[in-house]
Write a protein that binds this ligand. Sequence first.
Ligand code: SAH
Length: 344
Amino acid sequence: MKKSIKNYDLDDLKKEMMAIGEKPFRAEQIFKWLYQDNVTSFEEMTNLSLDLRRRLEENYILGLFKIVHKLESIDGTKKYLLDVQDEEHNMIEAVLMQYHHGYTICVSSQIGCKMGCKFCASTGIPFVRNLEVGEIIEQILTIQRDEKITISNIVFMGIGEPLDNFDHLMKAIAIINHPKGLHIGARHISISTSGIVPKIYELADKQIQCTLSISLHAASNSIRSSMMPINQTYPIETLMEACQYYIKKTNKRISFEYALAKDNNDNIEDAKALVNLLKGMLAHVNLIPINPIEKGIYTKSTNENIIKFRDYLNNHGIITTIRRELGTDINAACGQLRKQNMKE
Ligand code: SAH
């Protein structure tokens, strides 16, 4: 099967070009057509010879997706169900959100997820495979084409565990960052992880300026393990050591995600434990009112509790915000749309 030309970062593509007897600068021209002009055929690459365009056509695909569903929320959030057009017609989700500072896209990193978090809609659907580099990028390109917009921020918070697809994630970020690629700065990219500790060290050593978000959700091992099986492999102490290392290496603030579930992790005792855990650390807490999933065991905390929890953290020196809920009317919580479609 032909490979997507979007699986190659610029260095790889230069090598590909040289291997077929072309000059490396052709790769830069192709890059511009792919990521800045967002073309949908090799034919449109008019500064390449007809012969080269024909050879590209013979050897590669553009890896375009088909939009299966597009749901629009009253708040402007748009959720896409995308067919990646592989042999199995696997589906992934991507979400477009509009903030005052521009457009943010939430992208998926895998087809399905292995992590098994108890509150997540992706749990219960079998893991299929990692997304290819080009498939990570194509989510951005598809939505830019569809909406005729330029996306300025990217969050790896869709389906899948980005650090479990580390090499593809790194190459995708190289394409996203590159001035001849999508040219979006690392500071505008967030990677969210359930806490794959060895990969956090690896990421720290890469010294890229992305924001790291840790899906923490509890400050005690017993509660966290009950919500997230990964905590049995990498308990909180081990995770925090990796976070300290990340902060030391990158000098960047870590964002801790904490989904509040009623009577599970939303009492003042829990807030106290969280303060003790994060005290003195270069950290920020992002509280998420948990999005209840079908047959799930968790329900949303009351607004009153959420505010109390936030105020307690803020009053004890931990910068805390409540994540604005977007797109709840269109099932924008991770994995929900794909799950619904698979049932149908
Ligand atoms: N695997 C990565 C990224 C995907 S999930 C991770 O775990 O971080 C993106 C974020 O959404 C994570 O913080 C995750 O914990 C959160 N999330 C998943 N299901 C949720 C739900 N039902 N309600 C609220 N947040 C949820």
